[in-house]
Design a protein. Structure first.
Length: 132
């Protein structure tokens, strides 16, 4: 999926297969064949407007968080949570950087809470050592 981010930069975000499947099911059951995927629907079941706004999405996210007993959710929290979850699942720094649309790996490292270990560093035992 292509998204327009800060500075009108376009970035491609991969959509997991299970999300694509859920959206396809939504489209079929809603009879949506063109236009916006998510639309405002009146109580009478009629669609109206040009789709949902960021504000509507935020209200849905907050309601879901409340249902999950998550208090004090800020708009950026899901994004900040995504990075360490991806890392814990084996994601590589550069791939997480692409996913979040960061220009600098240092920004992604901040999201991950990375700090360079100088003692017992990652390159201490890579097998490039002199024979003794």
């Amino acid at each position: 999926m292509d998204l327009v981010g800060k500075g009108r930069h376009i970035r491609t975000v991969p959509v997991p297969d299970w999300v694509k499947s859920a959206i396809d099911t939504w489209l079929v059951s809603g009879g949506v064949s063109e236009g916006r995927v998510f639309r405002c629907v009146s109580r009478a079941g009629k669609t109206w407007g040009q789709g949902v706004t960021k504000r509507v999405v935020w209200h849905v996210v907050k309601d879901c968080a409340k249902g999950a007993a998550i208090e004090h959710l800020a708009p950026h929290d899901p994004r900040r949570t995504c990075a360490p979850l991806c890392r814990d699942a084996g994601g590589e720094l550069d791939q997480i950087q692409f996913l979040l649309g960061h220009v600098s790996a240092q920004t992604t490292e901040k999201y991950l809470g990375c700090k360079q270990r100088l003692k017992n560093a990652v390159n201490d035992r890579i097998g490039v050592e002199p024979n003794r």
